[in-house]
Design a protein around this ligand. Sequence first.
Ligand code: NA7
Length: 565
Amino acid sequence: MKQETSASPKCDSPLDAVVVGAGFSGLYALYRLRDRLGLNVRVYEAGGGVGGTWYWNRYPGARCDVPSYSYSYSFSEELDQEWRWSEKCAPQPEIEHYLNHVTDRFDLRRDIRFNTRVISATYDEASRVWTIGTHDSGTNEHWSVQARFFISAAGLLSTGNIPPYKGLDTFKGETYFTGAWPHEKVDFRGRRVGIIGTGSTGIQVIPVVAQEAAHLTVFQRTPHYSIPSRNAPTDPRTEQEIKANYPELRRKERHSPLGLPDDLPTQSALEVSAEERWRIYERAWQAGGFRLLVDSFKDLMTSREANRTISEFLAEKIRERVRNPEIAEKLIPKHPFGTKRPALDTEYFETFNRSNVTLVDLKATPIEAITPDGIRTRAGEHALDSLIFATGFDAFTGSLVRMNIRGRGGVRLEDHWAEGPRTLLGFASHSFPNLFMICGPQSGVYFNVARNIEQHVDWIADCIQYMRQHEYVSIEPTTEGEARWAACVQDAANATFIPETDSWWVGANIPGKPRVMLRYIGGTVAYRNACAEVAAKGYEGFVLTRGAAGTAAASVSERTSVEST
Ligand code: NA7
C-alpha cells in the first residue's frame, strides 16, 4: 500500500557526488569516484534494478550490435578474464546479468537507491552545493540531498518518444513501448499485432514477433539500412584468443575511431574497379555486422560518390532478400547509407516474405488516428489486438531537461539550451557549476559506447581530482569555451553529409526540437585528444573557482585522496 506523498521532502545526509542512473555509465562512475577517488557517492536509479538501457529495453530480440567482448567494461582485467559471453552479440538478459555481476563483484549495490527518480536539481551559489530532489516510487516519499557534484549518467537514449497520435487513449488492446517493456513475457500468440517504427529497435523486434503473432502489420515511415549481424554462439577458440590478448585489444579499442579493436580502411571506394569494390563489399557483408564499415573504404561518409556505391550495394541486397519486388522497393532507404545509425539484423528483410506480415508505407498513407480497434491510415483501417511503439527516444537532451535542473541565478537548463545544447566537450554547461554529463549532448559517442562511457567518466574523475589537488571548489565552462566547442562540433558535422538526413542525431525525430548536431562526430581519437588537451592546459575553456565551500563541498576537499596516495 502506497503512502501519501509527504508535504515537504525529507533530508538525507550530504554527499560529495550524486550520480543519476545505474546503467553502464552510472555503475562505472560510482566505482571510479567512490573506490578510486574515495568520494562519498550515491546513485539514484528510477528502475528497480541496474542496467539502464539494458534494464528497460527488454523487448523480444533486444541485443547489442557491437561484439560483446568489446561492448563491456575494460577497467578490470580480472573481470575481462572471468566473464564469458555466450554469443557474439549478447541478448538483453545476458547484458543485464553481466551488469548485475559487475554491481555485486565491486560491491556497488549498497550505494544505489532504486525506484528513485531525480525530479529536481538546484545549484546554490553561496554554498556552491547542489540540492537534489528525488521521488521514491516504492514509498511515494520525496527526499532531498545535497552534494557538491551532480553527475548525469541518465543515458542518451532513455526518454521515450511516443508520438501523440489522435485517439491514442481510445485503443482497446494492449500497447507497449520497446524502451519500457514489461518484465513478464508478453504472449503474442493468436494476436494481430501492429508495430510503428523501423529503426534499430524495430528491426530487432519485428522478426521475433512475426514468428509468434497471428499477423504483424509494420507501419514504416522511413526505411532503414540494415546489415545481417551473423550472430552466433561464442566460438571457444575465438574466446581463448580474445582473452589471451585482451589488454592489447582494449588498448586498440580505446584508440580506434569506432571503439572497436580494428584498424580502419585506408583506401577510397573510388580507387578500385566496380568489380573489386563489389567483391570487397560482398566479403564484408558475408562476415556480417560492422565489418562492412571496418573492412571496406575510408570515404563512405565524406564522398557522396563513394557513399552511393555502398548505398546501391545495400539496396541490391534488399532486392535479393525480399521476394516481392514492390515490397522490396518500399524497404529500400532513400537517404545515404550511414547518415542514420545503421542497424544490424537477424532475418529482418526476409520477415517481409512471410504470409502473416504486412508492410504499410506511412509516407504514402499516413496515420490519421488510432481507433479503439486499431490504426486508421489514409487508406483505411488496420484491425489490431496489440500495438508496439518502437518509435525511439528524445536523444541526448531529453532526460537532462526533464530533470528540472536549475543552475546559477536559477537559470533553467532547458532555457540555456533553448536553441540547442551548449556545452564544452559535452561534459558541462555554462551557469551549471559542478554539473557533469556522461554521454551528454555534443560529446563523442560512437559505435562502442562502452569505451566512450569509460573515457567520459575517467575525464570527469580526473577533473575532480585536479580540483581537489588545487583546492578548487567549482568548475564551469565559459561561454567562449562553449562557443569554441560548438564550432568544433559543427565543423566535424560539416565534413560529412550526415546533418542533411533527418535522424535522432540531429534532433529531427522530435517535433519542435532545435535541429542541431547532437554528437561530436570527429571520431573517438580526435575527441579524446580534444579532451586531453583541455585538461593538459589546466582545463582551458573552464572557470575554476577557489573559496569557501558549503557543508557537502567541504567534505570533499578535506578527504585524503585515495588515488594520490
Ligand atoms: P530510432 O532509430 O529513432 O527509430 C525510431 C523509428 O520510429 C523510426 O523508424 C522512426 O521513423 C519511427 N517513428 C518515430 N516517430 C514516428 C511517428 N510519429 N510516426 C511514424 N514513425 C515514427 O529509434 P530506435 O529505438 O530504433 O533506435 C535508437 C538507437 O538505439 C539506435 O540508433 C541504436 O543506436 C540503438 P523515422 O525514421 O523518424 O521516419
